[in-house]
Design a protein around this ligand. Sequence first.
Ligand code: HEM
Length: 451
Amino acid sequence: MMRPPSLSTAPPIKSHARRDFKADPVGCLLRCSRELGQTVKLELDRPTYLLNSVEDIRHILTVNPLNYLKAGFEVELVGVFGRSLINFEGDPHRTARKELAPHFQQRALSAWPACVTAHVRAMTANWPDGGQIDLAKQVMHAMVGVSAQMMLGLGLDQSSSVDELFWLIHKVHEATIQRRRTLSRWLAWMPTRANRRYARFTGELDRFMRRLMDERRQGPLDGDDFLSLMLRWQKEHPDSRTDIQVRDQATGLFLAAYEPAANAIIWSLANLADHPDIESKVIQQISQTLGPRTPTLADLESLRGVRMVFDETLRLNPSPWLLTRMTVERDTLPTGLTLQPGDRLFISPYTLHRRADLYPDPERFDPERFTPERCKARHPYAYIPFGGGPRICIGEHMGRLSAIVALTAILPAWQVTPNQPRPPLESVNGFTMQPRDGVLMAHVLPRSGQP
Ligand code: HEM
């Protein structure tokens, strides 16, 4: 007779307190995964499991992805993003992904290097000849500029619109977080202070996007940015989508594009500043490959050192550090854990990428972990800064390109030294991770100005 599966085949599940998680979600999950094993049950408002097994992660993201719905900040943000690729599920997700895919392929990438270089140069043109800057804010602003140009068609010559957008998204973000900290989001109909601020800034963002769409329609609609592409499509197929759908998709893509790329640049600079030996090798390779030229798509393959720095930075500092899913139907994971409908799952690139058995001496910054041979030897789900499966980041190549091109523009020209001690990392929205209060001050010095 076949024996029923015994409970001992299931991984050990340990419970952890809610207070710890609320106070310091990043630190709490890291402690859980280090001290309690590969599957940890968290005592939160509903049954929640932190999964650190590569096979379980593969199962959720790739083998049975339709059984796991998005359940994190991107769902809460429907009031801001509206409904777009980032929070669609099922058929609408599949259809949108298919429609958008061609715009994320190689051909569409060719305009990015010049755009990124121009925005980074505009940023560094105002840097002092030795002095302090708020690196996090400046890089974020430059990447908002890139995203505004490539997604919404707002060029460098429209800097006042980009500044307005930068201010607006900051306010929307702040208002969303504030509302989240109070009971207001459960009482959306009540005119609490948090709800009024939220309504005011999301309304302003909506008006900004609609104004942009109206202005664009008055022109020839011949731009290569996403908004123009979608408006052209809408004009040619009048019943295909509503204005709200166009607005939502454009806003969602714009918002998804700039923050993780900006974080990757900021942390790559910080990691290199801590490792001058690696930094000088990388600069040497950039100079040998490019000389005074700006990079094109064709150069990326040769810029292997910067790519490895980028990959190692995303291992240690993955911007979306927590992917959250909700279980639809009962399912058993490869390690034996049986999930019930409504169970929540946390998949954290931050904790997974710190598993000492996958990355020995995991806190050490070592780009050599990303030589082609060592990448090949690792389990494909041991490294997931862009997620995986049908919901893998659609902008992976654009994000990569943006960060690598920005680094090639900054590193040979500027010595950037983020101040010590570094502000601790925090995740105010539970999805991306930033330096505390979004501030990272740095000392900048033109390299030619070095003694
Ligand atoms: C270094 C840069 C980037 C990183 C690290 C990153 C990371 C991620 C991750 C981890 C996910 C999966 C979330 C999940 O499964 O819950 C994701 C999804 C997504 N990303 Fe990115 N991203 C980056 C750049 C970009 C850019 C440049 C764009 C747009 C041009 C973009 C657009 C999106 C969209 C639309 C999704 C949702 C895809 C779907 O659900 O089908 N990302 N990103």
